[in-house]
Design a protein around this ligand. Structure first.
Ligand code: CA
Ligand code: CA
Ligand code: CA
Ligand code: CA
Length: 456
């Protein structure tokens, strides 16, 4: 008999990105000012000709000087300077920045991740650009395996490194391409938040290019996941750690999934919760499970797997500019989320939270609102929910394991380290966190400390 449906997709992929085409300078390009010889009568025409010849992209043609500004590489500028029509070429003066933090091109500013890689605001907010892999600098890859237990992951997406998977949606593991079909899009999005490649295209994740395993549990038609499917998934993940192949060991399993449940403190033996039993066994085998807290603005103690003490549970805070300080309006690609109760650098209006001491001990926070991620078919979009805060933490954990700061195969220690580092970063710099974090709790809602990717 098939189990009842317990899983629901947390957080619909809501906002499709409207993408006006905007020219964005390639990472190695800069703006140069090109001054032409006095005898050149048509600077606009000359700019067009010189762009074609040397590879620049004209931005403005001037009147005050006989010349124009253009984006180009240094090599292109040097070649251009030797052209007989050109008097000289200089770089555009750059005034010193008061903020020492690098200023990546954020996704909302870039508008179109397909033209040049942007750094999602959520990743910027947890300082992923300052991590050991420097997410957003166009290079670097992480080698720690992440399982995405979800709707499937599109294997053909160019920004993802999908290396394997299984289709558990029927409750029986099927080793077939169906694991990599993602009709709903949720799993592909989750994978991108955790592990989109740092390749100069699209978006970038916390653990760029980490090998992703698609563990499909959602039925394409019903959009729900049975108990049997989730047990199948946990079994499959566990088996990677018990077989003879060390290369396939799943270090981190992301579960942006939730349904009604409870923690019996006995791994499901007392309340016959087979998902809990399966996850406990998998944790013992060495996989860290990261679970979304859920989007009901309620106590996560009533949500499984979020309430299980054996998982690392992630709430959502909201950020709109990649910066602390509550300086941004609640704008997501032009959509004002203020009427939904959203504010910059505050707990997300929809996020579940912990109330019991036991649940507080396995809860951390990450940005979950207006995440920019991957969708099947080489598409990028924005979406909100704890579904998308969880994979930021999955990626941070994978990065921590990859750098050796967290132990492989010891999820309890890794989870504790993620929490301790978040707590330490927030306590040392209270401006880093958000309204609703443990330093400024709202009522008895415990959202946890904001994770910090720069620690790894
Ligand atoms: Ca990098
Ligand atoms: Ca990318
Ligand atoms: Ca193995
Ligand atoms: Ca902010």
């Amino acid at each position: 008999m098939r189990g009842s449906a317990v899983g629901a997709v947390i957080g619909a992929v809501a906002l499709a990105l409207a993408v006006p085409s905007v020219a964005v300078a390639a990472p190695d390009e800069a703006r140069y000012l090109v001054v032409l010889q006095d005898g050149v009568a048509d600077p606009a025409g000359a700019a067009t000709d010189l762009d074609r010849q040397y590879g620049g992209e004209t931005e403005s043609v001037y009147g005050a000087v006989n010349g124009y500004s253009a984006a180009m590489t240094q090599a292109e500028a040097e070649a251009l300077a030797a052209d007989p029509a050109v008097a000289y070429v200089v770089t555009d003066g750059e005034f010193a920045r008061l903020n020492s933090e690098p200023l990546p091109v954020s996704c909302q500013q870039a508008l179109n991740p397909v033209e040049a890689q942007c750094v999602p605001e959520d990743l910027d907010r947890i300082d992923g650009e300052l991590s050991s892999t420097a997410s957003g600098d166009g290079t670097g890859a992480v080698g720690t395996n992440i399982a995405v237990i979800d709707t499937g992951v599109d294997r053909s997406h160019p920004d993802l490194n999908v290396v394997g998977g299984v289709d558990c949606s029927t409750g029986t593991p099927v080793d077939s391409p169906s694991a990599f079909s993602d009709v709903i899009g949720h799993g592909t999005f989750v994978a991108g938040v955790a592990a989109a490649r740092d390749d100069g295209l699209g978006v970038v994740g916390v653990a760029p290019g980490a090998p992703v395993y698609s563990v499909k549990v959602f039925d394409d038609a019903t959009g729900s996941a049975s108990n049997a499917a989730i047990v199948c998934a946990a079994d499959w993940v566990t088996q990677t750690r018990l077989d003879d192949d060390p290369a396939n060991d799943i270090a981190v399993a992301n579960m942006s999934i939730g349904g009604p449940g409870a923690d019996d403190q006995q791994c499901g033996q007392a309340n016959q919760d087979v998902m809990h039993t399966a996850i406990c066994r998998s944790v013992l085998a060495g996989t860290l499970y990261v679970a979304a807290a859920g989007n009901s603005a309620a106590d996560l103690g009533g949500v499984a797997p979020a309430t299980y003490d054996e998982v690392l549970t992630v709430t959502a805070m909201s950020d709109y500019d990649g910066r602390p300080g509550a300086l941004a309006g609640p704008l997501c690609y032009g959509t004002d989320l203020g009427s939904a109760g959203e504010r910059d650098d505050a707990a997300a209006s929809y996020s579940n939270f912990a109330t019991t001491e036991r649940d507080r001990l396995h809860t951390v926070a990450a940005p979950g609102t207006c995440a920019t991620g991957t969708l099947p078919g080489n598409v990028y979009a924005a979406a909100s929910g704890t579904s998308f805060s969880a994979p930021l933490v999955s990626g941070a954990a994978a990065l921590c394991i990859d750098t050796g700061l967290c132990p492989q195969g010891d999820p309890r220690t890794t989870g504790a380290r993620i929490q301790a580092d978040a707590s330490a970063a927030n306590t040392a710099d209270q401006a880093y966190g958000f309204e609703g974090d443990p330093l400024r709790m709202v009522a008895d809602r415990y959202y946890g400390y904001l994770v910090r990717a720069a620690a790894y």
